[in-house]
Design a protein around this ligand. Structure first.
Ligand code: TYM
Length: 400
């Protein structure tokens, strides 16, 4: 196993839990601790500068602001790219709900930027099988949700000449399935118990699922795309909750003769109520969905967004807002692109000259615009487009 000190994990478990299915913490999530526990690296400014240099474009706002903050061997991807070797991107979505929330958009917005900046192919896995196993949804329902979610993903602007979207129920088989079995043979029940916390009471569907999410990391799982390119490297953008899957994948890869995938990992877009978990689709009042109306967005922000503002206007003017815990400010760091404007808000609100109502108004405008733009793009996605993105086909100019 890669560095993952089990004893530390146990001790920290009581303080904060981060798995693909649960993110909870007594206080603010401690991302430094998470990096230590999981054994990944911090994304330092020199790597971000390298990205800017290699792509000849400014770093994405999620890189500049530290939203993507951790990685595994991203430097290796950049080394190879510098020598003229390309790579491919792999990300995914578990279709458990009709609508995505803003947290889900983060890896997709970032992946779109990576695809444009590096001009590389992308595979997107829709784990309809995973959500059928975990959420107790019927097969047909998760298949339907996968297609609905694909529309939101396509609306993020992916290039159809470089992107293959697939659902597990439709695509698993052939070379992909052979890789799943190769991976499965390398993992014992004790290991998945250690990595994912599975217990003997869990049904075997859960226990046998991890290879399904592992193998898109290997180019040979996609013969229609990467035949003859067995050494093509893979980069996975995701939030850090997915790390356990890929810790396992990286551990197994060399044992079956494959390259380890690299990762670039984000922190969580927090729930409206505060920074102790991730925005979750299962609690409607904790999340802003891409389907929310302008009125919903305004109401949710005004009613639920945890404020670092002080109890009275006098105290607020005197002490300023506590930006460390303030959700409207945190949300703006994700979605307000303009660095100068963000700095201005930081100064004004942090010193008490700006009031909570004002920053909430500003956030409402930013998010309403974002959601309206997304809805417009989604409305333009037809069923025929979904079929086209999901067709098993070569992508002839994927590296150009
Ligand atoms: P899912 O559907 O839970 O989440 C989809 C993607 O969104 C990220 N994410 C978030 N990012 C920031 N803030 C949040 N609050 C937040 N909530 C979710 C997730 O990390 C993920 O990147 N099992 C996966 C599907 C999957 C996948 C993959 C994801 C299959 N293969 C490869 C990433 C990479 C899932 O259920 O994701």
């Amino acid at each position: 196993m890669e560095p993952n000190n089990q004893e530390n994990v146990k001790k920290e478990e009581e303080e904060q839990v981060v798995t693909p299915w649960e993110v909870a913490s007594k206080g603010k999530i401690d991302y430094d601790k998470l990096i230590d526990q999981f054994g990944c690296q911090r994304l330092d400014p020199t790597l971000i500068q390298r990205v800017e240099r290699l792509t000849s474009r400014p770093a994405h706002v999620f890189l500049r602001r530290g939203v993507f903050f951790a990685h595994r061997e991203f430097n290796g991807i950049l080394d190879a790219y510098e020598k003229g070797e390309k790579f491919y991107l792999y990300t995914g979505r578990g279709p458990s709900s009709e609508a995505l929330h803003l947290g889900h958009l983060i890896p997709f917005m970032f992946t779109k930027y990576l695809q444009d900046a590096f001009k590389v192919p992308l595979v997107i896995q829709l784990t309809d099988d995973e959500k059928c196993l975990w959420k107790n949804l019927p097969v047909e329902e998760t298949q339907r949700l996968a297609r609905e979610n694909a529309k939101d993903i396509i609306a993020c602007g992916f290039d159809i000449t470089r992107t293959f979207i697939f659902s597990d129920f439709d695509y698993v088989g052939g070379a992909f399935y052979k890789n799943m079995i190769k991976v499965a043979k390398c993992i014992t029940f004790n290991q998945v118990h250690g990595i994912f916390g599975f217990t003997p009471e869990d049904h075997i569907g859960k226990i046998s699922f991890p290879p399904v999410q592992a193998v898109p990391s290997f180019p040979s799982s996609f013969p229609h795309l990467f035949t003859g390119k067995d050494n093509l490297r893979c980069l996975i953008p995701c939030a850090i909750d997915q790390d356990p899957y890929f810790r396992m994948t990286r551990d197994v890869a060399p044992r079956i003769g494959y390259q380890k995938p690299a990762l670039i990992e984000s922190s969580f877009f927090p729930a409206l109520q505060g920074d102790t978990g991730k925005m979750s689709a299962s609690d409607p009042n904790s999340a802003i969905y891409v389907t929310d109306s302008a009125k919903d967005i305004k109401n949710k922000i005004n009613r639920y967004a945890f404020s670092g503002g002080r109890d009275s206007v006098e105290e607020h003017r005197l002490r300023g807002a506590n930006l460390e815990v303030d959700i409207p400010f945190k949300y703006l760091t994700f979605f307000l692109d303009d660095d100068t404007e963000l700095e201005h808000i930081k100064q004004e609100y942090g010193s008490g000259r700006m009031l909570t109502g004002e920053i909430k108004k500003c956030l409402t405008e930013v998010l309403t615009q974002l959601v309206e733009r997304h809805c417009k793009a989604r409305a333009a996605v037809t069923d025929a487009m979904v079929d086209a993105f999901m067709a098993v086909r070569p992508l002839p100019n994927m590296f150009h």
